[in-house]
Design a protein around this ligand. Sequence first.
Ligand code: PEP
Ligand code: MG
Length: 927
Amino acid sequence: MSVDPPTGSASGRATVSPLMAATVKRVHYFGDGHAEGAGLGKEILGGKGSGLAEMTALGIPVPPGFTIETSVCLDYLRTGNLDGVRPEVEEALARVERSTGRKFGDASNPLLVSVRSGARSSMPGMMDTILNLGLTRAAMAGLAASAGERFALDCRRRFLQMYSGIVLEIPREEFEEFLTRRREEKGAKFDSELSAEDLRWVVDRYEEVVRRRGASFPDDPREQLWGAIGAVFRSWNNPRAKEYRRLYRIPEEWGTAVNVQAMVFGNRGERSATGVAFTRDPATGEKKFYGEFLANAQGEDVVAGIRTPHPLAADGSGKSLEETMPAAYAELVRVRDLVEKSFRDMQDLEFTIEEGRVYLLQTRNGKRTGFAAVRVATDMVAEGLISEKEAVLRVEPEQLVQLLAPVFPAKEKEAAVQGGRLLARGLPAGPGAACGRIAFTADRAVEMARKGDPVVLVRVETSPEDSAGMHAAVGILTTRGGITSHASVVARGMGKTCVVGAGEITVDERRHELRARNLTAKEGDFLSVDGTAGDVLLGQLPTQPSEVLRVLVDGTLPPEKSPLFASFQRLLEWADGSRRLGVRANADTPTDARVARLFGAEGIGLCRTEHMFFGENRIVAVRQMIVADSEADRRKALAKLLPMQREDFIGIFREMGERPVTIRLLDPPLHEFLPHEDAAVKKTAEELGITAEKLRERVRSLAEANPMLGHRGCRLGITYPEIYETQVRAIFEAAAAVRREGLRPSPEVMIPLVGTKGEFDRLKIMVDETARLVAGETGDAVPYRVGTMIEIPRAALRAAEIAANCDFFSFGTNDLTQMTYGYSRDDAASFLPAYIELGILPDDPFGTIDQPGVGELVSIATERGRAAKPGLKVGVCGEHGGDPRSITFFHGAGLDYVSCSPFRVAVARLAAAHAALSKETAASSTA
Ligand code: PEP
Ligand code: MG
């Protein structure tokens, strides 16, 4: 007989054929202070299993159980067979029985278990969980005898519904209807008000639903267990989980572990409870124990946000855990200190209190806002918990965007409140200010956002099915739920503005409207959501810069008044200490240059001179230049432009001091500067002192079938040399002027859209000649560099010959992507979303560099360019220069710098540090 060789797997282990299973341990027991899986890590045990093992080993009270590792999931999904792990599961189950003193399925003292998923990276709510498993008819009697009949019936009802939904695939609503009906008949608000008799009626109806469906509900505990284990493994591939993995780039081949654990009950009376806690505030990062609980409830009640929970720490309401169960609170505080020290990161805990005893059911690194990420990372360095490098890696570069996001100005907001526009106050779950049109369903949110409208998604509560709508929205509002509800957790992860638990609002899904405080808003109306304060206002509110911007750019808030700003700066300084890539900014005006410098840009990587042409006084001169019939007339118009352009450059050089400033000569086709509408043509013709017909004629003559591939870039410089000459003169005159002020500017002249050596060399001669002329006139030779953009595939391939006379390359990855794929950058939106959805493309290549294609051209050009011209400086100035994933690639490709918009400079600094540090970590782990 032959045995299949084990195949590699991303779960950290080889997958194992059933025949080999006996020799490899794949089921890991934890309980009574012993954890077989301690140290195995998330790859093998999944996040939940690993957390349970580590907590057990730390002596934290965890109900006993076992983890079936992720490699079993992969085997099962391939073979449909779990036989290989049966003996191990039986053995572990027997240990749980011994530890609890209860027997699985026993009629007098039954052991009930939970069966939960747990992937390597948390996928909240995406996969399945079954509670109260093992509650057979016989076990019902035993549970009723020890915990009361009502309790046993409540457990049975939950079990019937969960198991039937997940394993037998009977929709939840078919059961829900009976519970609702009974509550209505009894005038009860909560399930907890139903009697044993009511629940028996509900349980009978549930059993009928199963029978009617032709399904048979297993009454053998082992059959239940294996049914549940298989279903949880299969839930790895349910559509929600797949969609989540796609959004968060979680590899398909990780698989999930299954955790089987003895049940403890938070719904066993008023001395029982269930809750969640964060070791620090997940919104601000402040070091305070933060969380909420519900007395007499089971775990899913808190997460589902059906009843609004109470806080953990005393708040004077008399309802907090600290006030109602002080001993349990003290135990949780002890656990908090232990897990923070051990995991060295902010933890998100799930706990249950059963008749006064605290049990921990989960610990994982808590999802947090960008504000909290920065604060927690820097605080933990100060507390000696983590190193500066670890702190840098703890903050996702993209999270910094939240710290720069706008807020509502206090005055305007107060006026709106006074004006009666405050709809409700809910819980602040995702900071920032968002203003958008109301959508009541995820689908509508996606549709409206596609049309370009900002959308606020309004739901009673969200579920994983709403993910796409939440992504599409600028803000999220729910009327139910707490700060750990699905909406809160997901919004925080996405960095979206979010308010939850705005209970005053009634959502009328049928009429597509919401109501509160005598106000009504319909789908499409504007809503303003303040996710920092928790306020919801009707209509549109203006926004103002964030705290960081007020300190850094506006100067309206003194730095010493903002601990957040201090943390932000500290983190970025640490990042600078770790990165190799330089970070510059794309800036076209002195104002942009100033912002860029304040954000730490080390230079300007792209100054698009054409943006200056649109200035109020300039556009007329630009148009005169374009409509001119002769070179002489063109020069006359250019002479008017020269001083203006010189002033622009002087402003930028003054801002940037010695830092390099890369100025690109004119790039777009000339027709972009002319009017096209009839009225505008007439008005412009008057301004230019020519007839409308003549102007129309010029517009017609400049029209091109493919302007992006037309008369633009260096092609303009070659055919109208006087345009480029004037720009270059303005650059050198400006540099000479600021040198007279004592500054030492470093101008870099950049030629756009070069495809051949001939183009570059010819224009290089022109630049050198103009520089020489200006030096003769001013008596000062300004040091400068001349380089080219690489944005045409041919230029990338012929990089060696182009580099020969060149000081630098700057990849214009916008055009390079456009020309490599042959996708128009202005029109690709009509098919790109479909391509991404169909999996034809993994990402939008205009947002994240296409590594195998465009990226290869970048690598080729860099290598060939540097081989021909050692020391050639190479950077990137397309949009990709501000995208963290692309930055990782550019780091690996050996580029010298990236250049991005001023507001992304902080993101790029952090991303460049991540790239360097993860390489460092990878290198040291293989050494
Ligand atoms: C580019 O093509 O990447 C670039 C930076 O130039 P522009 O976007 O102005 O075409
Ligand atoms: Mg370009």
